[in-house]
Ligand binder design. Sequence first.
Ligand code: ADP
Length: 403
Amino acid sequence: MSAPDVRGAVLVLNAGSSSLKYQLLEPHSAAVLASGIVERIGDDDAGATHTAGDETAEFHGALADQHAALETALSLFRETGIDLGGAGLAAVGHRLVHGGKDFYRPTLVDDGVVDEIERISDLAPLHNPVNLAGIVAMRKLLPDVPSVAVFDTAFFHDLPAAASTYAIDREVAQQYSIRRYGFHGTSHQYVSERVTEYLGRDATSVNQIVLHLGNGASASAIRGGKPIDTSMGMTPMEGLVMGTRSGDIDPGVLTYLQRVGGFDAAEVDTLLNRNSGLRGLCGENDFRTIDRLISDGDDNARLAYDVYIHRLRSYIGAYLIGLGEVDAITFTAGVGENSPTVRADALDGLSRFGIHIDAERNTLRSKEARTISTDDSQVTVLVVPTNEELAIARQAFEVVEGQ
Ligand code: ADP
């Protein structure tokens, strides 16, 4: 097969602590021209797999850092006939986890923006520095292609003050930029816009709840296209029970662990980020395994599931009240798109609130946006696959086109 025409396409990068995921997309048609993942960055046995149409390429070996990972990705592109350096690429779109107070729009990256992102990296020490390393490497490797940073917090920048403010000493909050920022914003925005499109309604007339249930999980309440609340806070740890994160927890537990258990900040961080949530409760964080364990009669898996659903229902309840009237509740991301059991249990027994799931529709498998409520359900319940890469590609394209 001949190499695809990549003029006007956008390369979307999601640089993680030990992995780099990328997609080359055509922002208008949503066509994915190539994609790949580099894993175990920093190890001697790093690996990369890359696909472009029918062509595939692989790498195995040592990769020191994001720069080396990106260099490898670009050479895999060349192996499949795509030279990104001279191809007329429109932009590179970078996923940035934390935008702090000041970044709330997709932003064309220049040296000043790099410095500013560096300055706020303490807000998301696990994510922002490595996201930034991706930007710095890309600007060196493809100096003629504009880089655009798309922030996971952006959609929630204008949350009402009542929802974004923690009830702590105002001066402390101000000094340390402590507020509820919200995350997964690219997904909540993309999915909520797809919902209004799907319903054939004007965004300003739709009240909706979006449940992004992946390995990380968050909920949002959106009134007329604008979020009025979301479950993640200053960091992505607040809110729902997640694969490996606790979600909401009494902050007294943390000071107790420091005082009585001798935990330091790094140990608390590891406990709450990596060894909590579903994994903390039952040793597993993948719902497919948890489902199997529950069928085998595993009590810990059952409890993990019950805690997960209990928390999810609390947020749904809060957002039903927060919005007053709700037109749509939408499930998205790995668990939300694939687990009919979670969807059914999350909304079980809510007919009094106008919510009726259709059992048969709920169990149908599909990659498309679909309704899973009954025809007479007052609230439309939907499954809408998220596509953060496409959303980033489109936002990055708009920025460079507007230059
Ligand atoms: P991430 O937050 O890493 O982007 P995803 O949105 O890809 O996560 O979701 C990953 C999670 O989705 C997995 O950990 C697993 O729990 C869940 N998942 C994926 N496929 C299925 C499935 N067929 N049934 C139930 N859960 C699934």
